[in-house]
Design a protein around this ligand. Sequence first.
Ligand code: SAH
Length: 290
Amino acid sequence: MNVTHVPVLVKEILEYFGHIEGVFLDCTVGLGGHAEAILNNNSRSFVVGLDVDEEALDIARRRLEHFIREGRLKLFKSSYVDARKVLNQLSLDTVDAILMDLGVSSMQLEKAERGFSFNRDGPLDMRMDKEQTVTAYEVVNFWDEETLSRIIFEYGEEKRYSRRIARYIVQNRPIKTTKQLVEILARAIPNKFDRKRHFATKVFQAIRIVVNSELDNLKRFLPNVPELLRSGGRIGVISFHSLEDRVVKEFFKSEPRLKQLTKKPITPKESEIELNPRSRSAKLRIAERV
Ligand code: SAH
């Protein structure tokens, strides 16, 4: 299978980061789309790329082999939460830029067996890191109704029907596949076709966030940024839903060692959304280490 992932907001990233020479920490290197753009843009840039997904790293390794051989790209299987450890291994005290591209890659979505997609039938998995034990199956089949309702409300931002959805899930256990879950959601959610997005979007988002501790990881990592960045260095974070964007926004505002370069987040142009629908909810915020 030929998997691809079109990186989002590349032009905008290069506008703010293209002149920076030195080491970029790509916290979520994925298939290496942003890393590649950075490396191609400036021959005096280096990238340390992290990801928890071995499958993604394998593809990045193959695709960007020439940069690895030249010593300009190093890839590590690591959570960005442990970025400090990786940089220590490389004897790097600080880096010149940090990039984060949160959310799922198209590769993860397209591979049915990963269980991320409500459009493809697969096992309820959704782990970005295969070494981790909690899966979507466990969340859907073993977490109690109250907790499910809460996570759907909070992380799915499904304010209206979270209780009803949780009840339907609990009543229809065991649920083994993404298709089964979608069928249950179809029964649980009234007026499901009146929505802007597919009716399963919010619940899948909620489960994915808890399976991968997405918001917790972000909240744990951000306070390290001022120590990781050299003075004048920049961080750019691309988020795909308002919960993440809020965390980034609040952090940038509250941290005196960072100066926001984007009062309002940068969003993709119409032309990009047309070519790459996945980009439609992307928001990019950038700050500079003072
Ligand atoms: N910028 C990449 C795409 C990134 S998609 C590109 O252009 O190809 C988001 C990636 O973040 C996924 O590959 C996912 O596995 C990874 N990810 C999620 N949580 C992570 C974490 N805590 N640490 C490192 N990578 C993580």
